[in-house]
Design a protein around this ligand. Structure first.
Ligand SMILES: *[C@@H]1O[C@H](CO)[C@@H](O)[C@H](O)[C@H]1NC(C)=O
Ligand SMILES: *[C@@H]1O[C@H](CO)[C@@H](O)[C@H](O)[C@H]1NC(C)=O
Ligand SMILES: *[C@@H]1O[C@H](CO)[C@@H](O)[C@H](O)[C@H]1NC(C)=O
Ligand SMILES: *[C@@H]1O[C@H](CO)[C@@H](O)[C@H](O)[C@H]1NC(C)=O
Ligand SMILES: *[C@@H]1O[C@H](CO)[C@@H](O)[C@H](O)[C@H]1NC(C)=O
Length: 557
């Protein structure tokens, strides 16, 4: 019998689908399995995210053993294993000016039953630009002769004004909690000299200075915060200028992970402001065995303007609506900041404090994200109105990244000593489910950037074709064009994340957009970028461009 639906049934079906699509923030289960625990996550082309885990016992297999690198297809949710040779556990990563992604440092140890693993703490792994939407032919390249000057587990790396990477801190060997064998130095890739530069700032920020939070500033210097200490580092003269401590003893780097972000930079002055949220206010002389997973994390957010006047004023203190550690701060294309993931108590790591939950050093997963509006008045900047509950704990070793589609990809979480800890009764398992967090603009008609040149020169005027839905063609609409580095997510910090607004106008016929690129590589370090057009808080999908020449580093164009 042929099934025919009555007009009434069709009417209700329509209502139901309209209800599902109503513009609102939503979590969406994207895939049951990421194949490996995504403890590092980075967008490598418009269709692919690259995940790294520790080399251990993940279900995804390659060459007859567990994989620890994988490409995740943002359209189909398919996972393709990558052949990684060295252990990328707790590495950092960033793109160079020529578009190659460098994965930096990692772990020296192997894993029982996975004998092929090479030590990774001095490794540099290169993933060249790869346009394939399925990941076919995309490879990771490791040259045993291309190594760091120092062994680094838990370092941070970010691109600077000349398109090369500054690589900061870390530990020489694996340890359970504090930095007990510090690599208190700075080096570059490609190398600028044959010895690493000692860093008094890293000495001063022991013992909780792992994964230092750092940003390339628009004058070419580098801001860093680790533990409760902060500094501006001048790469060109190798000098450090200490800044005021984070107030109230709040510590914000691993293992007391708070997160940090460089707020959007706007023309004409590109005045840098840094926001640092969450972490823990413990006394860092307390040995880890005397700490507990139940010690509340901090709600404090500290913000500083990095001008002489701003530094004289010091940190302005604000509070999130929740207490968090192990969370991340991320840019939305409209300049708001998303706070997501994390735990309300405890610390990074596993099996090293009292009252562990299973193996987890943290507890009280925070499941509802928040939005921060930088331009709002103090005390009114945070909101979780209309924010859904994710239903999935994302604590230690979880990740989140903005995608070129304009939503957030969320994966990972694994406060365990292996990557195959699952089953009933495990509160914080090895988490393989992948979600997206979709902003309300995903459910309405969006502006489109129809095409863009592959390469953009600094300080130039660029016109691109666009199409706008009727709802967004008003003459008083708020138009924003953002040039973004989507960054690299690991350990509660989105290293490399950057948003530079560009002056922009839309033509009278609404068919083209003209914007002005940043004045130099100091404002946006030369390298890959994604451009979004936002009209009245409705963002387009991003278009990928190369900001600058695309030359190998060092390059000033
Ligand atoms: C994961 O653990 C289960 C149960 O302990 C075991 O049967 C399975 O072989 C493990 N998988 C891998 C890839 O080690
Ligand atoms: C920062 O931490 C150090 C080491 O624990 C402490 O001596 C110092 O007083 C702290 N600074 C502030 C402003 O709390
Ligand atoms: C949240 O953090 C603040 C300081 O940042 C602290 O005063 C407060 O006690 C914490 N809240 C809870 C519920 O622990
Ligand atoms: C993980 O911890 C369990 C329990 O402490 C232990 O039996 C196991 O050997 C550990 N595995 C690894 C790979 O360290
Ligand atoms: C980009 O530059 C790095 C550093 O010089 C080099 O190792 C890499 O091969 C280059 N990538 C491409 C695609 O040429």
């Amino acid at each position: 019998m042929k099934l025919s639906l009555s007009p009434l049934v069709l009417f209700f079906a329509h209502l139901a689908s309209a209800a599902t699509d109503a513009p609102a923030w939503r979590f969406n289960l994207k895939a049951e399995s990421s194949g490996i625990v995504a403890l590092e996550s980075v967008i490598v082309n418009p269709n692919l995210a690259l995940f790294f885990d520790r080399a251990s016992d993940d279900p995804l297999q390659i060459n007859g053993h567990s994989a620890w690198g994988a490409l995740f297809n943002l359209q189909t949710a398919e996972v393709t294993p990558l052949n990684v040779v060295t252990n990328s556990f707790c590495a950092s990563g960033a793109f160079l000016s020529n578009g190659t992604l460098a994965s930096i440092g990692g772990d020296q140890t192997g894993f029982p039953g996975n004998p092929i693993i090479q030590p990774g703490n001095q490794a540099i792994r290169l993933f060249d630009p790869c346009a394939s939407p399925t990941g076919e032919g995309c490879t990771l390249f490791e040259d045993p002769n291309l190594i760091l000057l120092e062994k680094r587990w838990y370092p941070s790396a970010t691109r600077i004004f000349d398109g090369s990477l500054i690589i900061v801190g870390g530990m020489h060997v694996e340890a359970v909690f504090y930095n007990v064998d510090p690599a208190n130095s700075i080096e570059f890739f490609p190398r600028k000299e044959q010895t690493a530069r000692p860093s008094p700032f890293l000495e001063r920020s022991l013992p909780a200075n792992l994964f230092p939070r750092l940003f390339a500033l628009p004058d070419g210097k580098v801001f860093m915060v680790a533990n409760n200490r902060s500094v501006i580092y001048d790469v060109e003269t190798d000098t450090e200028t200490p800044l005021p401590d984070i107030p109230n003893g709040v510590r914000v780097s691993n293992p007391t992970d708070g997160s940090a972000i460089l707020l959007p930079l706007s023309p004409p002055d590109f005045t840098p402001e840094v926001l640092v949220c969450g972490g823990s206010a413990i006394d860092d002389r307390i040995p880890s065995e005397d700490l507990s997973s139940q010690i509340p994390s901090s709600s404090q957010c500290s913000r500083i303007t990095l001008t002489p006047e701003g530094i004289a004023k010091g940190w302005e203190v604000d509070h999130m609506l929740s207490n968090r550690t192990l969370h991340e701060l991320l840019h939305l294309p409209n300049g708001q900041i998303l706070v997501a993931n994390g735990a309300g108590s405890g610390f990074a790591g596993f099996n090293s404090v009292q009252d562990t939950i299973g193996n987890s050093n943290s507890d009280h997963a925070v499941l509802v994200p928040e939005l921060y509006t930088p331009s709002a008045a103090l005390g009114r900047r945070f909101s979780n109105a209309g924010m859904p509950n994710s239903g999935i704990a994302r604590v230690y070793h979880s990740t989140i990244t903005l995608t070129p589609q304009g939503n957030f990809l969320i994966a990972g979480s694994n406060p365990n000593n292996a990557s195959n800890v699952t089953g009933t009764g495990v509160t914080f398992p090895s988490e393989f489910r992948v979600q997206t967090l979709d902003p309300p603009f995903m459910f309405v008609e969006r502006p489109k950037i129809l095409s863009a040149p592959q390469k953009l020169a600094f300080n130039s005027k660029v016109t691109v074709p666009i199409s706008l839905p009727g709802s967004l063609t008003g003459d008083n609409a708020k138009v924003q064009v953002s040039l973004m580095d989507l960054g690299f997510s690991t350990h509660g910090f989105h290293v490399g994340a950057r948003l530079v607004f560009m002056d922009a106008t839309i033509s009278k016929d609404k068919k083209s957009l003209t914007f002005v690129t940043p004045p130099s590589g100091r404002v946006y370090p030369p390298g890959p970028a994604t451009i979004f057009l936002t009209i009245d808080d409705v963002s387009s999908e991003g278009v990928a461009v190369m900001m600058g020449s695309g030359n190998a580093p060092p390059t000033l164009e």
